[in-house]
Design a protein around this ligand. Structure first.
Ligand code: D5M
Ligand code: FE
Ligand code: ZN
Length: 481
Protein backbone atom coordinates (compact mmCIF):
# COMPACT_ATOMS: atom_id res chain seq x y z
CA UNK A 1 0.00 0.00 0.00
CA UNK A 2 1.18 3.52 -0.81
CA UNK A 3 2.35 5.42 2.29
CA UNK A 4 -0.03 8.34 1.66
CA UNK A 5 -2.94 5.89 1.52
CA UNK A 6 -1.94 4.13 4.74
CA UNK A 7 -1.52 7.54 6.42
CA UNK A 8 -5.06 8.53 5.36
CA UNK A 9 -6.54 5.22 6.53
CA UNK A 10 -4.77 5.36 9.89
CA UNK A 11 -5.90 8.91 10.38
CA UNK A 12 -9.56 7.92 9.95
CA UNK A 13 -9.24 4.69 11.97
CA UNK A 14 -7.60 6.58 14.87
CA UNK A 15 -10.57 8.93 14.93
CA UNK A 16 -12.83 5.89 15.37
CA UNK A 17 -13.99 5.59 11.75
CA UNK A 18 -14.74 2.53 9.69
CA UNK A 19 -14.06 2.58 5.97
CA UNK A 20 -16.34 0.72 3.58
CA UNK A 21 -14.47 -1.45 0.99
CA UNK A 22 -16.08 0.51 -1.92
CA UNK A 23 -14.80 3.74 -0.39
CA UNK A 24 -11.39 2.15 -0.02
CA UNK A 25 -11.37 1.40 -3.76
CA UNK A 26 -12.02 5.04 -4.57
CA UNK A 27 -9.28 6.18 -2.17
CA UNK A 28 -6.85 3.77 -3.81
CA UNK A 29 -7.35 5.42 -7.21
CA UNK A 30 -7.04 9.00 -5.98
CA UNK A 31 -4.10 11.25 -6.55
CA UNK A 32 -1.85 10.69 -3.48
CA UNK A 33 -1.20 14.40 -3.00
CA UNK A 34 -4.89 15.02 -2.38
CA UNK A 35 -5.53 12.11 -0.02
CA UNK A 36 -4.61 13.79 3.27
CA UNK A 37 -6.75 16.86 2.62
CA UNK A 38 -9.74 14.80 1.47
CA UNK A 39 -9.71 12.38 4.39
CA UNK A 40 -9.29 15.16 6.98
CA UNK A 41 -12.22 17.13 5.60
CA UNK A 42 -14.52 14.11 5.40
CA UNK A 43 -13.58 13.04 8.95
CA UNK A 44 -14.27 16.56 10.25
CA UNK A 45 -17.65 16.76 8.49
CA UNK A 46 -18.81 13.27 9.53
CA UNK A 47 -17.62 13.69 13.13
CA UNK A 48 -19.89 16.70 13.33
CA UNK A 49 -22.78 14.50 12.10
CA UNK A 50 -21.68 11.76 14.52
CA UNK A 51 -21.61 9.20 11.70
CA UNK A 52 -18.45 7.16 11.99
CA UNK A 53 -18.39 5.28 8.70
CA UNK A 54 -16.89 6.54 5.45
CA UNK A 55 -18.60 5.03 2.45
CA UNK A 56 -18.55 5.44 -1.32
CA UNK A 57 -21.31 8.03 -1.20
CA UNK A 58 -19.28 10.33 1.07
CA UNK A 59 -16.33 10.26 -1.28
CA UNK A 60 -18.39 10.72 -4.42
CA UNK A 61 -20.23 13.66 -2.89
CA UNK A 62 -16.95 15.19 -1.81
CA UNK A 63 -15.31 14.65 -5.21
CA UNK A 64 -18.33 15.93 -7.12
CA UNK A 65 -18.64 12.68 -9.03
CA UNK A 66 -21.97 11.62 -7.67
CA UNK A 67 -23.82 9.87 -10.44
CA UNK A 68 -26.91 11.21 -12.12
CA UNK A 69 -29.22 8.25 -11.58
CA UNK A 70 -31.71 9.49 -14.17
CA UNK A 71 -29.31 8.55 -17.00
CA UNK A 72 -30.37 5.16 -18.33
CA UNK A 73 -27.96 2.34 -19.03
CA UNK A 74 -29.99 -0.44 -20.65
CA UNK A 75 -28.03 -2.98 -22.67
CA UNK A 76 -29.84 -5.52 -24.82
CA UNK A 77 -27.87 -8.06 -26.81
CA UNK A 78 -30.00 -8.35 -29.95
CA UNK A 79 -27.85 -10.89 -31.74
CA UNK A 80 -24.48 -12.49 -31.29
CA UNK A 81 -23.25 -15.81 -32.64
CA UNK A 82 -21.86 -17.68 -29.59
CA UNK A 83 -24.82 -20.04 -29.14
CA UNK A 84 -25.44 -20.40 -32.88
CA UNK A 85 -22.01 -21.73 -33.71
CA UNK A 86 -22.42 -25.27 -34.98
CA UNK A 87 -19.81 -25.58 -37.73
CA UNK A 88 -21.47 -27.43 -40.53
CA UNK A 89 -19.04 -29.80 -42.17
CA UNK A 90 -17.31 -29.55 -45.55
CA UNK A 91 -19.13 -28.83 -48.78
CA UNK A 92 -22.57 -29.44 -47.35
CA UNK A 93 -21.87 -26.74 -44.76
CA UNK A 94 -20.73 -24.25 -47.36
CA UNK A 95 -23.75 -24.97 -49.57
CA UNK A 96 -25.98 -24.19 -46.61
CA UNK A 97 -23.98 -21.03 -45.82
CA UNK A 98 -24.22 -19.64 -49.34
CA UNK A 99 -27.85 -20.54 -49.71
CA UNK A 100 -28.56 -18.77 -46.41
CA UNK A 101 -26.63 -15.73 -47.71
CA UNK A 102 -28.57 -15.75 -50.99
CA UNK A 103 -31.98 -16.15 -49.35
CA UNK A 104 -31.44 -13.45 -46.74
CA UNK A 105 -30.18 -10.94 -49.32
CA UNK A 106 -32.91 -11.80 -51.82
CA UNK A 107 -35.43 -11.05 -49.08
CA UNK A 108 -33.73 -7.70 -48.47
CA UNK A 109 -33.69 -6.75 -52.15
CA UNK A 110 -37.32 -7.83 -52.57
CA UNK A 111 -38.35 -4.53 -51.00
CA UNK A 112 -37.34 -2.80 -54.23
CA UNK A 113 -39.90 -2.27 -56.99
CA UNK A 114 -37.57 -3.81 -59.64
CA UNK A 115 -37.70 -7.15 -57.90
CA UNK A 116 -41.19 -7.73 -59.33
CA UNK A 117 -39.45 -8.56 -62.59
CA UNK A 118 -36.88 -10.77 -60.93
CA UNK A 119 -36.28 -14.10 -62.67
CA UNK A 120 -34.00 -17.02 -61.92
CA UNK A 121 -30.82 -17.70 -63.91
CA UNK A 122 -32.38 -20.91 -65.28
CA UNK A 123 -35.50 -19.08 -66.45
CA UNK A 124 -33.47 -16.51 -68.37
CA UNK A 125 -31.44 -19.22 -70.10
CA UNK A 126 -34.43 -21.23 -71.24
CA UNK A 127 -36.80 -18.45 -72.23
CA UNK A 128 -36.69 -16.01 -75.08
CA UNK A 129 -36.71 -12.62 -73.39
CA UNK A 130 -38.41 -9.66 -75.03
CA UNK A 131 -38.34 -6.99 -72.29
CA UNK A 132 -35.63 -6.18 -69.77
CA UNK A 133 -35.77 -8.27 -66.64
CA UNK A 134 -33.80 -8.74 -63.46
CA UNK A 135 -31.55 -11.53 -62.20
CA UNK A 136 -29.89 -11.68 -58.80
CA UNK A 137 -27.11 -13.81 -57.41
CA UNK A 138 -23.71 -13.99 -55.80
CA UNK A 139 -20.86 -12.72 -57.99
CA UNK A 140 -18.75 -15.73 -58.90
CA UNK A 141 -16.49 -14.14 -61.51
CA UNK A 142 -15.81 -10.75 -62.99
CA UNK A 143 -13.25 -9.88 -65.60
CA UNK A 144 -12.53 -7.03 -67.94
CA UNK A 145 -10.96 -7.49 -71.34
CA UNK A 146 -10.82 -5.17 -74.34
CA UNK A 147 -13.43 -2.69 -73.07
CA UNK A 148 -15.87 -5.41 -72.12
CA UNK A 149 -16.62 -6.56 -68.59
CA UNK A 150 -18.01 -10.02 -68.06
CA UNK A 151 -19.93 -10.82 -64.91
CA UNK A 152 -20.93 -14.27 -63.71
CA UNK A 153 -23.67 -14.61 -61.10
CA UNK A 154 -24.87 -17.69 -59.27
CA UNK A 155 -28.32 -18.33 -57.88
CA UNK A 156 -29.79 -21.63 -56.65
CA UNK A 157 -31.04 -22.45 -60.18
CA UNK A 158 -27.67 -22.08 -61.89
CA UNK A 159 -25.34 -19.46 -63.32
CA UNK A 160 -25.97 -16.35 -65.34
CA UNK A 161 -23.37 -14.66 -67.52
CA UNK A 162 -23.79 -11.11 -68.74
CA UNK A 163 -21.68 -8.51 -70.52
CA UNK A 164 -21.26 -4.84 -69.63
CA UNK A 165 -20.39 -2.22 -72.25
CA UNK A 166 -21.24 0.99 -70.42
CA UNK A 167 -18.18 2.77 -68.96
CA UNK A 168 -19.75 3.90 -65.71
CA UNK A 169 -21.31 0.51 -65.12
CA UNK A 170 -17.96 -1.15 -65.78
CA UNK A 171 -16.42 1.01 -63.04
CA UNK A 172 -19.11 -0.09 -60.61
CA UNK A 173 -18.61 -3.71 -61.67
CA UNK A 174 -14.87 -3.37 -60.93
CA UNK A 175 -15.69 -2.62 -57.28
CA UNK A 176 -17.86 -5.71 -56.86
CA UNK A 177 -16.45 -8.27 -54.51
CA UNK A 178 -16.43 -11.96 -55.28
CA UNK A 179 -19.38 -13.67 -53.51
CA UNK A 180 -21.14 -10.36 -53.00
CA UNK A 181 -24.89 -10.34 -53.74
CA UNK A 182 -26.16 -8.12 -56.58
CA UNK A 183 -29.21 -7.70 -58.78
CA UNK A 184 -28.74 -6.83 -62.45
CA UNK A 185 -31.06 -5.58 -65.20
CA UNK A 186 -30.55 -7.60 -68.35
CA UNK A 187 -31.66 -7.73 -71.95
CA UNK A 188 -30.85 -10.13 -74.78
CA UNK A 189 -27.90 -9.27 -76.96
CA UNK A 190 -28.48 -9.17 -80.72
CA UNK A 191 -26.79 -12.41 -81.60
CA UNK A 192 -26.67 -14.37 -78.38
CA UNK A 193 -25.96 -13.78 -74.72
CA UNK A 194 -27.10 -11.04 -72.39
CA UNK A 195 -26.26 -7.42 -71.79
CA UNK A 196 -26.19 -6.08 -68.23
CA UNK A 197 -27.75 -2.61 -68.26
CA UNK A 198 -27.78 -1.86 -64.55
CA UNK A 199 -26.28 -3.18 -61.32
CA UNK A 200 -28.27 -2.81 -58.11
CA UNK A 201 -26.73 -3.38 -54.69
CA UNK A 202 -28.91 -4.30 -51.72
CA UNK A 203 -27.65 -1.14 -49.93
CA UNK A 204 -29.40 0.46 -46.96
CA UNK A 205 -32.27 2.92 -46.99
CA UNK A 206 -31.80 6.42 -45.53
CA UNK A 207 -32.11 6.01 -41.77
CA UNK A 208 -33.97 7.92 -39.12
CA UNK A 209 -31.94 7.29 -35.99
CA UNK A 210 -33.12 5.67 -32.80
CA UNK A 211 -32.11 7.93 -29.93
CA UNK A 212 -31.58 7.47 -26.22
CA UNK A 213 -34.07 9.45 -24.14
CA UNK A 214 -31.39 10.44 -21.67
CA UNK A 215 -27.92 11.83 -22.35
CA UNK A 216 -25.98 8.62 -21.90
CA UNK A 217 -22.60 8.40 -23.61
CA UNK A 218 -20.98 5.33 -25.13
CA UNK A 219 -17.22 4.89 -25.57
CA UNK A 220 -15.98 2.94 -28.58
CA UNK A 221 -12.67 1.13 -28.23
CA UNK A 222 -10.87 -1.73 -29.96
CA UNK A 223 -7.43 -3.18 -30.60
CA UNK A 224 -5.98 -2.71 -27.15
CA UNK A 225 -3.54 -5.60 -27.72
CA UNK A 226 -2.99 -6.11 -24.00
CA UNK A 227 0.06 -8.33 -23.50
CA UNK A 228 1.93 -6.83 -26.44
CA UNK A 229 5.07 -4.80 -25.83
CA UNK A 230 3.42 -2.10 -27.90
CA UNK A 231 0.20 -1.91 -25.84
CA UNK A 232 0.08 1.74 -24.71
CA UNK A 233 -0.54 0.86 -21.11
CA UNK A 234 0.17 4.30 -19.65
CA UNK A 235 -2.11 6.11 -22.07
CA UNK A 236 -4.85 3.52 -21.68
CA UNK A 237 -4.63 3.63 -17.86
CA UNK A 238 -4.83 7.39 -18.01
CA UNK A 239 -8.01 7.10 -20.03
CA UNK A 240 -9.47 4.55 -17.58
CA UNK A 241 -8.71 6.93 -14.66
CA UNK A 242 -10.40 9.75 -16.56
CA UNK A 243 -13.60 7.67 -16.53
CA UNK A 244 -13.79 8.17 -12.74
CA UNK A 245 -12.97 11.88 -12.91
CA UNK A 246 -15.48 14.67 -12.28
CA UNK A 247 -15.40 15.63 -16.01
CA UNK A 248 -19.04 16.21 -17.06
CA UNK A 249 -18.75 13.90 -20.09
CA UNK A 250 -17.09 11.14 -18.06
CA UNK A 251 -19.94 11.37 -15.55
CA UNK A 252 -22.47 10.59 -18.28
CA UNK A 253 -20.70 7.56 -19.75
CA UNK A 254 -22.81 4.43 -19.31
CA UNK A 255 -21.45 2.10 -22.00
CA UNK A 256 -17.98 0.96 -23.06
CA UNK A 257 -17.68 -1.16 -26.19
CA UNK A 258 -14.55 -3.13 -26.97
CA UNK A 259 -14.60 -4.24 -30.60
CA UNK A 260 -11.97 -6.96 -30.62
CA UNK A 261 -8.22 -7.52 -30.24
CA UNK A 262 -8.55 -6.78 -26.54
CA UNK A 263 -5.48 -8.94 -25.99
CA UNK A 264 -2.56 -9.65 -28.33
CA UNK A 265 -2.99 -13.43 -28.07
CA UNK A 266 -0.36 -16.13 -28.38
CA UNK A 267 0.89 -17.72 -31.61
CA UNK A 268 -1.07 -15.33 -33.81
CA UNK A 269 1.93 -14.61 -36.03
CA UNK A 270 5.46 -16.09 -36.27
CA UNK A 271 7.84 -15.12 -33.43
CA UNK A 272 5.09 -13.18 -31.68
CA UNK A 273 6.51 -14.23 -28.29
CA UNK A 274 9.43 -11.82 -28.81
CA UNK A 275 6.93 -8.94 -28.88
CA UNK A 276 4.91 -10.04 -25.84
CA UNK A 277 5.22 -8.92 -22.24
CA UNK A 278 2.61 -11.50 -21.13
CA UNK A 279 3.38 -14.90 -22.61
CA UNK A 280 0.07 -16.65 -21.90
CA UNK A 281 -3.55 -15.93 -22.79
CA UNK A 282 -4.48 -16.26 -19.11
CA UNK A 283 -1.92 -13.65 -18.08
CA UNK A 284 -3.08 -11.28 -20.82
CA UNK A 285 -6.74 -11.67 -19.91
CA UNK A 286 -5.97 -11.20 -16.21
CA UNK A 287 -4.33 -7.90 -17.05
CA UNK A 288 -7.38 -6.94 -19.13
CA UNK A 289 -9.63 -7.89 -16.22
CA UNK A 290 -7.59 -5.73 -13.81
CA UNK A 291 -7.93 -2.73 -16.14
CA UNK A 292 -11.66 -3.32 -16.67
CA UNK A 293 -12.14 -3.53 -12.90
CA UNK A 294 -11.02 0.10 -12.67
CA UNK A 295 -14.01 1.17 -14.79
CA UNK A 296 -16.82 2.56 -12.62
CA UNK A 297 -19.46 -0.12 -12.06
CA UNK A 298 -22.31 1.96 -13.46
CA UNK A 299 -20.68 1.66 -16.90
CA UNK A 300 -21.66 -1.45 -18.86
CA UNK A 301 -18.76 -3.01 -20.72
CA UNK A 302 -19.33 -5.08 -23.86
CA UNK A 303 -16.41 -7.25 -24.94
CA UNK A 304 -16.27 -8.74 -28.43
CA UNK A 305 -13.31 -10.76 -29.79
CA UNK A 306 -11.09 -10.02 -32.78
CA UNK A 307 -8.51 -12.09 -34.63
CA UNK A 308 -6.01 -11.82 -31.75
CA UNK A 309 -8.39 -12.98 -29.01
CA UNK A 310 -8.85 -16.63 -28.01
CA UNK A 311 -11.86 -18.68 -29.14
CA UNK A 312 -11.66 -19.46 -32.82
CA UNK A 313 -10.12 -17.66 -35.72
CA UNK A 314 -12.90 -18.18 -38.31
CA UNK A 315 -15.91 -15.88 -38.54
CA UNK A 316 -18.35 -15.78 -36.88
CA UNK A 317 -16.32 -15.91 -33.65
CA UNK A 318 -17.74 -17.01 -30.30
CA UNK A 319 -17.26 -14.82 -27.22
CA UNK A 320 -13.86 -15.18 -25.50
CA UNK A 321 -14.33 -18.56 -23.76
CA UNK A 322 -14.93 -18.65 -20.02
CA UNK A 323 -12.19 -21.24 -19.59
CA UNK A 324 -9.48 -18.62 -20.18
CA UNK A 325 -10.88 -16.05 -17.77
CA UNK A 326 -13.99 -16.63 -15.76
CA UNK A 327 -13.53 -13.31 -13.94
CA UNK A 328 -14.68 -11.25 -16.91
CA UNK A 329 -17.75 -13.49 -17.29
CA UNK A 330 -18.64 -13.07 -13.62
CA UNK A 331 -18.65 -9.27 -13.52
CA UNK A 332 -22.13 -7.80 -13.22
CA UNK A 333 -21.33 -4.94 -15.59
CA UNK A 334 -19.52 -6.98 -18.27
CA UNK A 335 -21.21 -8.57 -21.31
CA UNK A 336 -19.20 -11.11 -23.31
CA UNK A 337 -20.39 -11.37 -26.93
CA UNK A 338 -19.19 -12.97 -30.16
CA UNK A 339 -18.10 -11.28 -33.40
CA UNK A 340 -20.23 -9.86 -35.02
CA UNK A 341 -22.82 -8.63 -32.52
CA UNK A 342 -25.81 -6.34 -32.58
CA UNK A 343 -26.57 -4.54 -29.33
CA UNK A 344 -29.08 -1.96 -28.20
CA UNK A 345 -27.84 0.80 -25.87
CA UNK A 346 -30.89 2.63 -24.49
CA UNK A 347 -32.59 1.76 -27.80
CA UNK A 348 -29.71 2.89 -30.06
CA UNK A 349 -28.73 -0.02 -32.31
CA UNK A 350 -25.02 -0.72 -32.71
CA UNK A 351 -23.58 -3.33 -35.07
CA UNK A 352 -20.16 -4.38 -33.80
CA UNK A 353 -17.74 -6.16 -36.12
CA UNK A 354 -14.00 -6.48 -35.62
CA UNK A 355 -13.29 -5.85 -39.31
CA UNK A 356 -11.14 -8.76 -40.49
CA UNK A 357 -12.60 -8.58 -44.01
CA UNK A 358 -11.16 -5.09 -44.57
CA UNK A 359 -7.77 -6.67 -45.36
CA UNK A 360 -9.20 -8.68 -48.27
CA UNK A 361 -11.34 -5.83 -49.54
CA UNK A 362 -8.62 -3.17 -49.72
CA UNK A 363 -6.42 -5.61 -51.63
CA UNK A 364 -8.96 -6.27 -54.38
CA UNK A 365 -10.93 -3.06 -54.71
CA UNK A 366 -9.80 0.02 -56.63
CA UNK A 367 -10.17 3.25 -54.64
CA UNK A 368 -10.14 1.67 -51.17
CA UNK A 369 -7.23 1.80 -48.74
CA UNK A 370 -6.21 1.20 -45.12
CA UNK A 371 -6.06 4.96 -44.59
CA UNK A 372 -9.83 5.32 -44.89
CA UNK A 373 -11.47 2.38 -43.16
CA UNK A 374 -14.88 4.09 -43.08
CA UNK A 375 -14.96 3.93 -46.91
CA UNK A 376 -14.65 0.17 -46.64
CA UNK A 377 -17.38 0.14 -43.98
CA UNK A 378 -19.67 2.02 -46.38
CA UNK A 379 -18.91 -0.67 -48.96
CA UNK A 380 -19.97 -3.35 -46.47
CA UNK A 381 -23.26 -1.58 -45.76
CA UNK A 382 -23.99 -1.30 -49.49
CA UNK A 383 -23.26 -5.01 -49.92
CA UNK A 384 -25.29 -5.68 -46.74
CA UNK A 385 -22.58 -8.14 -45.73
CA UNK A 386 -19.69 -7.95 -43.25
CA UNK A 387 -17.32 -10.24 -45.14
CA UNK A 388 -18.42 -10.81 -48.73
CA UNK A 389 -15.21 -12.35 -50.08
CA UNK A 390 -14.90 -16.03 -49.32
CA UNK A 391 -11.64 -17.95 -49.64
CA UNK A 392 -9.13 -15.17 -49.17
CA UNK A 393 -7.35 -14.31 -45.91
CA UNK A 394 -10.47 -13.97 -43.76
CA UNK A 395 -11.46 -17.46 -42.66
CA UNK A 396 -15.21 -18.07 -42.64
CA UNK A 397 -16.62 -21.19 -40.99
CA UNK A 398 -19.15 -23.41 -42.80
CA UNK A 399 -22.10 -22.49 -40.61
CA UNK A 400 -25.67 -23.34 -41.61
CA UNK A 401 -26.75 -19.71 -41.30
CA UNK A 402 -24.86 -16.71 -42.68
CA UNK A 403 -24.86 -14.38 -39.67
CA UNK A 404 -22.56 -11.96 -41.50
CA UNK A 405 -25.44 -10.65 -43.61
CA UNK A 406 -26.39 -7.18 -42.32
CA UNK A 407 -30.09 -7.90 -41.83
CA UNK A 408 -30.99 -4.95 -39.63
CA UNK A 409 -29.60 -1.52 -40.34
CA UNK A 410 -27.90 -0.08 -37.24
CA UNK A 411 -27.72 3.50 -35.97
CA UNK A 412 -23.99 3.08 -35.34
CA UNK A 413 -21.58 0.78 -37.17
CA UNK A 414 -18.57 0.04 -34.94
CA UNK A 415 -15.49 -1.56 -36.54
CA UNK A 416 -11.79 -1.76 -35.58
CA UNK A 417 -8.92 -3.96 -36.80
CA UNK A 418 -7.02 -1.51 -39.03
CA UNK A 419 -5.80 0.67 -36.13
CA UNK A 420 -6.98 3.96 -37.66
CA UNK A 421 -9.62 5.86 -35.74
CA UNK A 422 -12.01 7.51 -38.16
CA UNK A 423 -15.57 8.82 -38.26
CA UNK A 424 -18.02 9.22 -41.11
CA UNK A 425 -21.69 9.09 -41.89
CA UNK A 426 -23.59 7.09 -44.49
CA UNK A 427 -27.34 7.46 -45.06
CA UNK A 428 -27.88 8.43 -41.44
CA UNK A 429 -25.66 5.68 -40.00
CA UNK A 430 -22.70 6.80 -37.90
CA UNK A 431 -19.60 4.94 -39.14
CA UNK A 432 -16.95 4.64 -36.52
CA UNK A 433 -13.58 2.93 -36.64
CA UNK A 434 -12.29 2.86 -33.11
CA UNK A 435 -8.57 2.84 -33.90
CA UNK A 436 -6.23 1.19 -31.40
CA UNK A 437 -4.21 1.43 -28.19
CA UNK A 438 -1.17 -0.27 -29.64
CA UNK A 439 1.78 1.73 -30.94
CA UNK A 440 3.02 0.99 -34.46
CA UNK A 441 4.46 -2.54 -34.56
CA UNK A 442 7.60 -3.44 -36.57
CA UNK A 443 5.32 -5.34 -38.97
CA UNK A 444 3.10 -2.32 -39.52
CA UNK A 445 6.16 -0.13 -40.05
CA UNK A 446 7.52 -2.60 -42.61
CA UNK A 447 4.34 -2.39 -44.70
CA UNK A 448 3.96 1.38 -44.29
CA UNK A 449 0.88 1.18 -42.08
CA UNK A 450 0.58 4.23 -39.83
CA UNK A 451 -1.87 3.77 -36.97
CA UNK A 452 -3.32 6.69 -34.96
CA UNK A 453 -3.46 5.00 -31.54
CA UNK A 454 -4.60 6.36 -28.18
CA UNK A 455 -7.82 8.04 -29.31
CA UNK A 456 -11.04 7.28 -27.41
CA UNK A 457 -14.24 7.98 -29.36
CA UNK A 458 -17.42 8.82 -27.46
CA UNK A 459 -20.94 9.36 -28.69
CA UNK A 460 -23.79 11.13 -26.93
CA UNK A 461 -26.59 8.65 -27.63
CA UNK A 462 -29.28 11.31 -27.35
CA UNK A 463 -27.80 13.88 -29.74
CA UNK A 464 -25.27 11.71 -31.65
CA UNK A 465 -22.63 14.35 -31.03
CA UNK A 466 -19.20 12.75 -31.10
CA UNK A 467 -16.38 13.58 -28.68
CA UNK A 468 -12.89 12.25 -28.50
CA UNK A 469 -10.00 12.20 -26.07
CA UNK A 470 -6.56 11.92 -27.59
CA UNK A 471 -3.92 10.42 -25.28
CA UNK A 472 -1.12 10.31 -27.82
CA UNK A 473 1.85 12.58 -27.17
CA UNK A 474 2.60 12.73 -30.90
CA UNK A 475 1.06 15.85 -32.46
CA UNK A 476 0.69 14.13 -35.87
CA UNK A 477 -1.51 11.49 -34.26
CA UNK A 478 -4.97 12.89 -34.93
CA UNK A 479 -8.50 11.68 -35.51
CA UNK A 480 -9.49 11.43 -39.14
CA UNK A 481 -12.89 12.32 -40.50
O1 D5M B 1 -4.12 -6.11 -37.58
C1 D5M B 1 -3.84 -4.79 -37.73
C2 D5M B 1 -3.74 -4.48 -39.20
O2 D5M B 1 -2.47 -4.94 -39.69
C3 D5M B 1 -4.78 -5.19 -40.04
O3 D5M B 1 -5.19 -4.34 -41.09
C4 D5M B 1 -4.07 -6.35 -40.63
C5 D5M B 1 -2.65 -5.91 -40.71
N1 D5M B 1 -1.78 -7.05 -40.43
C6 D5M B 1 -1.27 -7.39 -39.24
N2 D5M B 1 -0.47 -8.46 -39.34
C7 D5M B 1 -0.48 -8.82 -40.64
C8 D5M B 1 0.17 -9.84 -41.40
N3 D5M B 1 0.99 -10.74 -40.84
N4 D5M B 1 -0.06 -9.86 -42.73
C9 D5M B 1 -0.88 -8.97 -43.31
N5 D5M B 1 -1.49 -7.98 -42.65
C10 D5M B 1 -1.31 -7.90 -41.34
P1 D5M B 1 -4.16 -6.95 -36.25
O4 D5M B 1 -5.39 -7.77 -36.34
O5 D5M B 1 -4.20 -6.01 -35.10
O6 D5M B 1 -2.91 -7.77 -36.23
FE1 FE C 1 -5.75 -5.20 -33.96
ZN1 ZN D 1 -7.41 -7.24 -35.64
Amino acid sequence: MKKELSFALNYALNKGFQIHPDAFKILEDLDVDKLEKIIKEIVREKSREKLFQIDQDDLETYLGIKEDSTIQSTVKILSEPTSKITSGEGVKGYNALFSSRFNKLKRIISDRPESKMLKSAAFVKTTKIEDDLYVCGLVSERNSERNVTKLLLEDPSGTFEGIIFDDELQKLADTLLIDQFVMVRVSSAKNSGYIIKDIILPDIPEQAKNKSETEAYAVFLSDLHIGSKYFMENEFSEFISWLSSPDPVARKIRFILIGGDMVDGVGIYPNQNKELVCQTIQEQLKKAEDLIDKIPKNMKVIIMPGNHDPGRRALPQPAIPKKYNSGLWERENVFMVGNPAVVSLNGVIVTMFHGQSIDDIVKTTPGLSYDRPTDVMRHLLRARHLSPIYGSQTPIAPEMEDVLVIENVPDIFHVGHVHRAQLDMYKGVLLLNSGSWQAQTPFQASVGMTPNPGIALMVNLKTFQVFHQNYSSNSDNVLQS
